[in-house]
Structure formats: C-alpha cells, structure tokens
Design a protein around this ligand. Structure first.
Ligand SMILES: Nc1ncnc2c1ncn2[C@@H]1O[C@H](COP(=O)(O)OP(=O)(O)OP(=O)(O)O)[C@@H](O)[C@H]1O
Length: 361
C-alpha cells in the first residue's frame, strides 16, 4: 500500500488555482521531497493531505484513509506525524506542559529520546522561544507517538546548520526503520542529501516526479576549463552547453542557453561567474585571454564525445568536470515556460512571480 496517494487532486481558493489535477504516490519507506517556488501550492497540498481542508475535486488517501473522511483521519493520525510551517503553539504554557497535553491526546512512546536529540528548553514558556526552538519542539511533537508517516512543511526552516544536520541524520535513521516522509522544501542541498524522489510543483501543477539520482544524471556536468588563448563565449555555444560564461566577458554575467538566448536568473549568474586572472573585464568584443589564459565554464548535458572533440581544439591549461549541482537542474527546469501550465495559473499572483533571484527554489 502506498503511504500517500492523490488522484486529480485540485484545490481552488476562489479564482486562485492553488493545486490543479495532482496525481502522485508516495511509496512506503521513501523520503519524498515536495519542491516548488513560493506560492506554487505546496502548503495547500499538505493542508489537504492532513484533512484540514477539502479538495475542490479529486481525491487523496493517507495511510489508506480518505483525507475527506473525518473519522478515518482520526484513525490515520494515530500513525501520522505533522510538522506545520506555522507553529501555532499556545504561547503562555511551557514546552513541558504542551508536550504532556499532546501526549494525553496521541500518546508518547519516545519523547525522552527526542528531547535528548533536539533539546528545546522545555521549562520555559513557548512565547519566549526562538523560531528554531519552536521548530525543535514541533519536531519532538511530530515524532513522539512514533508515527509511520510524517508530513512536514519546511521542517528545517529556522534550525541552525548543526541542528539541520542532526535532523537529516535522524530522518535517515528513521527511514532505515521503515518510516515514510513527505516534506516540502526550498533547500536543494537537503533534498539532495535525504530524498529518494522529488515532486516539483509549479503554479499548482505537478511538473516533475523523479528519482533524485535520475534528476542529477539529467543535470549533466559542470565544466570549468582554462585555455591558453582568448576565446569568446559563442565559441562554446555547442549542443548541450548551458549557461556559458567566460572570464572577463561582461556579457557572461547573464548566462546563456546553447542557442545564445539569455536567461533571467540573476542569482545563478552571479554565483557562477568564474574569477578571471585579474578579475577585470578584458575585452569589449566578448573575447578574452591573458597570460593565465581564459576561463570558461558551463553546464553540459550533451554528448560527451562532442564535448571532448570541441575541447581538444584548444590548448587546455586546466580542466575540471564535476556533477552539476541540483540547483542547476532546477533553475533550468524553472526557466522553461510551459504555456499550458502558465495559462492555467492565471489568477495566481504569487505563483507568477517565480523563483527569480533565489539560488534555491
Ligand atoms: N487560504 C487561502 N485563501 C486564498 N488563497 C490562498 C490560501 N492559501 C493559499 N492561497 C494561495 O494559493 C497559492 C498557493 O499557496 P501555497 O501556500 O500552497 O504555496 P506554497 O508553495 O506553500 O508557498 P510558500 O513556499 O511560499 O510557502 C498562492 O497563490 C496563495 O496565495
């Protein structure tokens, strides 16, 4: 049995089409990442899966229970954990008291162990907690009844890096025990670290459903090459090369696609720009070079033989070829406009804003 199923799941808020015809499954024992830019519809799906709101149409099950069936969802929640995006705690009570109250509702088989791991200040009133401590308490509460499936809405937001790592390790250990996770995230590095599969939602539509490994394979290679002679960017507009930038080429601050078109994702452009030998623009006609050669970098998703045939035409001083980071995969992905999904999102003002300027999604 799948841990979660959705079939044509749709949720509209008036004119806003927050979720549109979503069909997917989360398999038992997997860590499933749910990705998308702000306003894409992630929390909407999560709220529907938790039974907090009814879908406009379509259906969904969690641990085999229909999410619109109140009684069934009460049963499901005995085996279901939830980390919400907004932690609506009663601020006047201590963490300890809140935990005891939750324990009386859903049981507690492991809070001691969880408190040792995540360590929120239990004796203090929750109103005095920092965001990170509230998140730690939310994690303890979500896992204290040892659920089989945990649904989490950006669970690591507000956690410091050390605590994030501890959380990832904890998730891996829990997965090894057969637990299932569905969580939304903006942080691609965490998705890369802990997810088996990802679903990508954009403007309310599921636009990708894939193994993380396959996505990384599809992401191709990040190639950084330093050649002895001046070259211009167009020389590397070969089939399968994306986001070509040449050190010293002013225009390379706007990454290109292989067909020479410019993409409008400022964060990537700045982050990917390689440092030239002296860091200065050298040549107005977009070619460059110098005593230390010319640095060219790009993402490559084409035929490796073509790449190597092209590279051997240069006097190569240095070469580095590595897996492209998941960011590259997603930025390219979001850069492609699908007219069908774009038009379907009319009325979703936030959804139209997209991920510009974010290195993560
Ligand atoms: N209760 C609501 N009433 C009206 N519109 C809503 C409501 N909740 C969400 N929306 C709209 O639905 C769309 C999807 O929102 P949702 O919160 O699901 O996105 P998200 O992917 O979780 O975004 P974020 O990453 O910013 O949390 C947005 O356009 C949002 O403004």
């Amino acid at each position: 049995m799948a841990a979660i199923t959705t079939e044509g799941l749709t949720k509209h808020y008036g004119d806003v089409r927050a979720n549109e015809d979503l069909t997917f499954e989360v398999r038992e024992g997997e860590v499933f990442g749910y990705l998308g830019p702000n306003g894409a519809g992630k929390s909407t799906t999560i709220r529907t899966l938790m039974g907090f709101q009814s879908p406009t149409s379509g259906s969904a099950t969690v641990l085999g229970h229909d999410v619109t069936d109140r009684k069934a969802m009460i049963e499901a929640k005995r085996h279901l954990g939830y980390v919400p995006a907004e932690m609506g705690f009663d601020e006047d009570v201590t963490g300890e008291r809140f935990l005891r109250y939750q324990a009386s509702l859903k049981g507690d088989s492991r809070s001691e162990e969880l408190l040792e791991l995540f360590d929120p200040p239990m004796e203090r009133e929750i109103g005095e907690y920092s965001t990170g401590n509230k998140r730690k308490l939310a994690i303890v509460l979500a896992f204290m009844h040892d659920p089989d499936l945990v649904i989490m809405d950006e669970p690591t937001s507000g956690l410091d890096p050390l605590m994030q790592e501890r959380f990832y390790e904890f998730i891996r250990d829990e997965q090894a025990k057969g637990k299932t996770f569905f969580f939304s995230s903006h942080i691609l590095s965490e998705v890369q670290k802990i997810c088996d599969r990802v679903g990508v939602i954009r403007n309310g539509h599921l636009v990708e459903l894939e193994d993380v490994e396959t996505l990384l394979d599809r992401g191709g290679k990040r190639v950084s090459v330093r050649v002895a002679d001046p070259v211009d960017r167009e020389a590397f507009a070969i089939e399968g090369a994306h986001d070509v930038s040449v050190a010293g080429d002013e225009r390379s601050s706007r990454p290109t696609t292989a067909d020479g078109g410019e993409r409008d994702d400022g964060a990537r452009a700045t982050g990917d720009r390689p440092s030239s030998a002296d860091g200065a623009a050298k040549n107005e006609d977009a070619s460059s070079g110098g005593r230390d050669g010319t640095s060219v970098s790009f993402t490559f998703t084409g035929d490796y033989n073509d790449l190597l045939s092209h590279l051997v035409t240069y006097d190569i001083l240095d070469l580095d070829i590595a897996d492209a980071p998941l960011e590259d995969v997603f930025m390219r992905f979001y850069g492609e406009v699908d007219p069908e999904t774009e038009s379907a999102a009319s009325g979703t003002a936030e959804a139209e804003s997209g991920p510009e300027g974010n290195a993560d999604v």
